[in-house]
Design a protein around this ligand. Structure first.
Ligand SMILES: NC(=O)c1ccc[n+]([C@@H]2O[C@H](COP(=O)([O-])OP(=O)(O)OC[C@H]3O[C@@H](n4cnc5c(N)ncnc54)[C@H](OP(=O)(O)O)[C@@H]3O)[C@@H](O)[C@H]2O)c1
Length: 318
């Protein structure tokens, strides 16, 4: 049995689909009632709780051999600070996992996690990694870069904002850089880590083949949307304050503090990191944008272009 925490989220939804298709016994740990109902409707076993609550996690871990720990947050709301959710939540989960004799824990951290990080989201992921390393349980720590895919926390809100706003806002005068990774490619790595233990005991950076600036992403989106909004650069401190404000006001803000922290850190890695660790080449961002935007263009603009096909799977046959 595999327990997936944060199973109702962006990565979790992709992973659950892949595990179900592969016929793997899986239990989803979710927080909201709506995620719980949706997952149960898909005939996946689910339990509903917060990993940071005082209630016991033992029942969720009964009979579990492997855990994929995805539960996390990109914004701090109320008592749910980055440190509480990432560090304390991970500690509580691992204590219960130890009691249940779990054989393997896979933690999704973030590219660039390190002890000296000042950005709160990234620092909290490093602290959570420390909990995993010190747990005494066999582990794999995956450090993906910013992820893109249907319903992501980065391209989807950015595209929505670009469509609505007369301007294209760019945080910072310095060139924020990133190396985005297709969510389906992360899930392919996870399937290998679960199936044959590839990477057990290691900390593995995972990123796409392109290193790109925030402005570069805006350019790719504008090209695909056939728009040319004038660009406005915001001082990074103003962008950070606006982000804080918007994430408190809106259920789905255009940017969150956690995502902005990833951009500000500007972590990049080997362009062949995924190939080296898991043996396949991930999807370039430009291809992902073409795929993602192909079905939600107005029909008049879609004419003559290919309809959106099934998400490409670049994992080689095994
Ligand atoms: N997306 C990226 O670009 C990216 C990049 C690098 C690393 N990561 C990491 O990958 C993991 C998955 O990311 P994601 O994009 O799938 O995030 P997501 O869509 O926000 O999903 C996170 C899930 O965790 C749940 N959660 C949050 N706090 C919880 C708590 N206290 N108890 C139980 N569940 C809780 C959330 O539930 P609610 O919906 O109820 O809040 C949500 O379902 C995260 O750890 C993230 O830090 C993501």
């Amino acid at each position: 049995m595999i327990l997936v925490t944060g199973a109702g989220g962006f990565v979790g939804s992709y992973l659950l689909k892949r595990l179900s298709t592969a016929g793997q016994p899986v239990r989803a740990l979710v927080r909201s009632r709506s995620d719980f109902e949706r997952i149960r409707l898909a005939s996946v076993a689910a339990c509903r709780l917060e990993i940071t609550d005082a209630i016991s996690l033992d029942a969720a871990l009964e009979g579990v051999e492997q855990v994929v720990h995805l539960a996390g947050t990109f914004r701090e709301l109320g008592r749910g600070t980055f440190d509480v959710v990432h560090q304390n939540g991970t500690r509580r989960l691992l204590q219960a996992a130890k009691g249940a004799n779990v054989k393997h824990v896979i933690y999704i951290s973030t590219l660039g996690a390190a002890p000296d990080r000042i950005y709160p989201y990234v620092r909290s992921k490093w602290l959570a990694e420390g909990e995993v390393r010190g747990s005494g349980l066999p582990f794999t720590i995956l450090r993906p870069s910013l992820l893109f895919g249907d319903g992501d926390r980065f391209l989807t809100p950015l595209t929505r904002l670009l469509r609505k706003s007369p301007y294209a806002f760019i945080p910072g005068y310095e060139r924020l850089r990133c190396q985005p990774l297709w969510v389906g490619d992360l899930v392919s790595c996870l399937m290998r880590a679960l199936g044959s233990g590839v990477g057990k005991g290691e900390v593995i950076p995972l990123a796409g083949p392109e290193q790109i600036t925030y402005e570069g992403v805006i350019d790719l989106l504008q090209k695909r949307l056939e728009s040319s909004r004038p660009k406005i650069r915001l001082p990074i401190s103003l962008a950070a304050s606006l982000t804080l404000l918007l994430e408190r006001m809106l259920r789905v803000p255009p940017l969150t503090s956690g995502i902005l922290d990833i951009w500000r850190l500007g972590a990049i890695t080997d362009r062949h990191a995924v190939r080296k660790a898991y043996g396949f080449t991930p999807m370039p961002l430009s291809e992902g944008i073409r795929y993602l935007l192909s079905s939600d263009e107005p029909p008049s603009r879609r004419r003559g272009r290919k309809q959106r096909a099934a998400a490409p799977d670049r994992t080689p046959e095994r």
